[in-house]
Design a protein around this ligand. Structure first.
Ligand code: AMP
Length: 493
């Protein structure tokens, strides 16, 4: 679990969320499509990668630390036989940073075998773990996924699959997009608030579940739709279709807006919106709210690119004489800034990663556009760099509101103490990063670009009020969690 400050005890900084996949095919091995789809989701986790398949008789698994490309040898893929399987890429947000928490998590029990891949973070895992441990369940990791696996295994001893999932959903709280394999049946489950993404795709000879639609594209599949908040999807074993069960319904969703701002691939469609379009729209709002006419508009690559192109288009439509320029070059072989363990190394990494094209900034006024400011490392470094290269003024525009509070739902942004906006005004931040001006986007603009009511978004990191009941934090809604209200044929429980 998190350390209560929104960071994990084991990780020094913000982490990414995980990626999950599941595949059920007619009679072709599932391992290769799973492997390709994990490649497509590599941005969601680089700590470990794993695949579990089922051949109708038994499970086969291969789970390794590291990147997808390093975790699997051709022989490993060959050995993963069976037309059904699930996969996972992980960056830890709960539990230790070692193989005991790598996924898919597997468990064998009296009525079969289970494998689970989880993206998200439960807020009551400790409670359920204590209860199950008291009943004799032995836990091998400190992660919350094992808690879900044990709870489900226990319910499966008494109930059929759908009722068992429903019962577990009534007990676990927090964010979870899951792919599950019970023997050779592949399921997808999305938490009732729909905090993390999960979608369904159709292949020529089967169906796929994935965190992001880009994974479905990679398999030449067709995006069917998102899994609905509170829905269970069961893929047919012969790959011919799927069954849907709306197990839990809530008045409001709590979709994570930061998926659209930073995490998800721009070529993914999440909850009906193409991430790239949303980012461009956010950029247009940014111009409308705080546009400033400068000689050039520079995106911070790659995160600020779509925002800057929307911003520059809107500026152009308003007749502003400002040129959009790719003036910062990125060394694509440097890992993500946040993986660097110390502040000193993080600062060096920014310099290694980005280099300005001097002629594009020398003697010019510059608007620098990024998606977000977390600790302020990137913006401080880049503004100093641009000024060193002769930029006369640097105006910073950010495509998200100030991040004032930690994320407990699966994105370890940073601890509250590390967040630059946690206790500073925008003007104080401007001074600290030494920008000539600084503006963030409003929360209203985010809701508008996402075409969503604010009440249907998780805005915890920008408001400090969460859609879940978290110790020591306030909530923005009724979190009394009515026990499983029925909407389905299973309402008789
Ligand atoms: P910072 O340098 O700490 O202010 O972080 C801001 C930069 O990190 C921006 O360029 C973002 O695109 C990127 N970023 C934002 N959130 C995260 C995150 N949770 N993990 C990794 N990078 C992030």
């Amino acid at each position: 679990m998190t350390d209560g400050r929104g960071g994990t005890p084991d990780s020094d900084g913000p982490t990414e969320k995980c990626g999950v996949v599941g595949v059920a095919l007619d009679d072709r091995p599932a391992a290769r499509p799973l492997y390709y789809s994990l490649y497509a989701l590599q941005h969601r986790g680089q700590e470990s990668a794993g695949i579990v398949t089922h051949d109708g008789f038994q499970q086969h698994d291969h789970v390794e630390m590291g990147l997808v490309g390093d975790a699997f040898e051709p022989d490993d893929i060959e050995a993963l036989s069976g037309a059904a399987g699930i996969g996972h890429v992980r960056y830890p947000t709960a539990g230790s940073v070692d193989k005991s928490c790598a996924q898919p998590f597997t468990v064998s029990f009296k009525s079969g075998s289970l494998a689970l891949s989880h993206n998200g973070n439960l807020v009551n895992a400790d409670e359920i773990r204590d209860e199950l441990a008291g009943l004799g369940h032995a836990f091998t990791s400190d992660g919350d996924t094992e808690v879900i696996a044990h709870d489900l295994a226990r319910n499966l001893l008494e109930e059929d699959l759908v009722r068992a999932v429903k019962r577990t959903m009534g007990r676990i709280h927090g964010s979870y997009s899951l792919t599950i394999m019970h023997d050779d049946t592949v399921l997808g489950v999305r938490d009732p608030e729909g905090n993390r993404p999960l979608c369904i795709g159709e292949l020529e000879d089967g169906y796929v579940l994935a965190s992001e639609s880009a994974a479905i594209d990679t398999l030449d599949g067709r995006l069917v739709r998102d899994v609905k908040p509170g829905e269970l999807v069961v893929l047919d074993e012969d790959g011919s279709g799927f069954e849907s069960y709306q197990l839990v319904e809530r008045a409001n969703t709590a979709h994570c807006f930061f998926e659209h701002v930073y995490f998800a691939r721009p070529d993914s469609k999440i909850d009906g919106s193409l991430v790239y379009d949303v980012r461009r729209e956010l950029g247009r709002h940014l111009w409308a709210e705080s546009g400033i006419e400068t000689d050039v508009v520079l995106p911070v690559p790659d995160s600020g690119r779509a925002f800057a192109s929307g911003y520059a288009d809107a500026a152009d439509e308003d007749g502003a004489e400002t040129e959009f320029a790719e003036g910062l070059m990125k060394n694509r072989y440097v890992g993500r800034t946040f993986i660097m363990p110390t502040q000193d190394e993080r600062e060096r990494a920014v310099r290694l990663k980005l280099n300005p094209i001097k002629s594009m900034v020398q003697g010019k006024s510059v608007t620098l556009i990024d998606d977000s400011i977390v600790r302020g490392t990137t913006s401080t470094q880049l503004i100093a760099l641009l000024k060193d290269c002769g930029a006369e003024e640097v105006h910073m525009r950010i495509g998200a509101p100030p991040i004032v509070a930690p994320c407990y739902m699966g994105i370890d942004m940073a601890t509250r103490e590390e967040l630059i906006a946690a206790d500073k005004t925008t003007d104080e931040i401007r001074e600290e990063i030494e920008a000539d001006s600084l503006s963030y986007l409003s929360i209203d603009a985010v809701a508008n670009a996402l075409d969503s009511a604010k009440a249907d978004l998780c805005l915890g990191c920008v408001t400090g009020e969460y859609p879940y009941d978290i110790d020591g934090e306030t909530t923005d809604r009724d979190v009394s969690r009515p026990e499983i209200e029925g909407s389905s044929a299973l309402a008789d429980d």
